[in-house]
Design a protein. Sequence first.
Lengths: 156, 509
Amino acid sequence: MEPPHTQPPSYWTASDWREEPVVPVRGWGKHVIAVAETMFTTREGPPPADRLQWLWGQLWDFSKQVGGLGVFALRMSLFFLTWIAPLYVFRLPPLRRLPVERRIEAMERFERGFMGITFYALKAMLCMMYFEHPDAAREVGFDGSSKKPHHWVDSE
Amino acid sequence: MNVEVGRNLSTDQVWETDVLVVGSGAGGAIAAYELANAGRDVLILEEGPFLRPKEHASLRPTQHMRAAWRQGAMTAALGIGNTPVINLTMGRCVGGSSALTGGVCFRTPGSVLKTWTETRGLVELSEKNLEPFFDEIERRLHIQPVPEPMWSNSTHLFGAGLRKLGTKIKAIQRNTVDCSGIGQCNFGCPQGSKMSVDRSVLPEAMKRGARLVSDCLVERLVMEGSRVVGARGRIHREDRTRKGPRFEVRAKTVVVAAGGVHSPSLLQASGVGKRSRQVGRNLTVHPAFRMIARFDEPVHGWSGSLQSAFTDAYEHEGVTLMSVYVPPGAMATGVPGLGPEWMSNVEKMPYFAMFGGLVHDEAGGRVRKIWGREPLVTYRMCKGDQAKIPAAMKRLGETWLAAGAQELFLPILGHQSVTPDQFRALDWGSIPARLYECSSQHPLGTCRMGTHSDHSVVDGKGKVWDMDNLYVMDGSVIPTSLGVNPQETIMAMVTRLARGLAQDLPAGQ
């Protein structure tokens, strides 16, 4: 029996990601994209631009819905990464002006350094969101099929 | 369940009731049920939204965190000294954290109850006195062991490792009915199988006349001398950037059940407990740690129940090991690094298994009301507890290696993964406690129960010492750390407290 949803069921991935509104990348979004591009670059290259754009939309929605201390923690995490991490590889900030290889080096050193804990909040949230993209989830072998409920409850 | 959805209210509200219950989690729900069952007029106010099973089902983990977790799960206890920063997650929805737990239920360990009765003089909390309440809660919430076929491969592997080391793994007890083990418990059960209080207790309370309004943030209690006469607050709008209408409640009795962090914060905001200065102190959290192990064969640990088994074999070391699994993104966070090398490690995720450990801690934390809604939470880990972390790490690692793991990802910031030989050669003494990745779901003890106002916030009946009609009934009254998941303890204690209150309330209330 299929669920009486107004929205599709999740099974932990965003099967409907193409239907979600596109959030323009402005302000701190550019720094978020630069960090995400660095984090999720594989040996084949950076992740597709539309996936990063979707990721930014998720973070934007998070900041709108949660607000307050939660978003402050993320923004501080991004601030330190953007303006201090480049100094670890003797380059001037912001981080996004560096080529990807340099960014990787800078962020790795930053993560291992005494300020590494400040990166953790942003890394955790970006990872959680990124691997909800169905293509990203598939790349790590997760298809969500095990999360499909065996029965539905539509009671109050 | 006929919840009044606060965000649909567009104008200021005034409500009157006999008993106002602030919070609808494990404590608030039980208190409301018992009081409504005794014929009292009860109003429950919940800060978070109301989500039905079908709504839980339509949300991905991070969407669920945005909707139903406090601050989108970004809340933390700041470590003081050689203490890790602790990610302190709490529910903010109808049902509170009980809607987000793995459903794990433990009775309070006998050794803990002995401390409460013998050392702290709380004779009414003896094992014998609480046993009928535990029995009743277990019946009402269908608490039963997780059957082995529902365990994940990750848990089976850890169990095999324990057996090789001569130790037993035991099934966890959970509050479920007709569970099929899809492992979504932490993000709200889409099948409605988990008997969290929004499925089990609150509907019964409402059948008995209790009213529940969601999206209502109680900002302050209204005082007249030593009496509380009501509460004031604000109703959340769907769009959190816009302020909602205000509300006022006039109540003859108030029960605060907003959890281990927000109950003390509300009391502090209302000027309660200034004399004893105990409100917000004595926070215990059960610091928890997870270790990822990579195997040569696929594990697919995300299939099966998220939490299903544990071992108490290391209780004498202050550590309980417990099965746990997390969504792929959270798993990736536990792998150190970034970029191509990190991604190639993350892509091995189907081969990952995970198990956790929680520390039976001393009271080292504090909650302080500062500006804004969220209080400042700090935690100073004592030396004894710091020593328990490497003990937990060693036990987890040894068990994974006995099970055949080829690589271990330690929850230490900036630490690369280790091979079995590297793990055995690790100098644990050289790793500061503050570098561990730590989380907690069990903030307790910040309005603790005691026999004197000098060292506690509430008396044996849950009444705040310096107030006539203000009660606290949630995890914050628990006198010491438990060493196990607290929801059953909270429910049993609150059942006892609420029945006592129902008897004590004058007729007509």
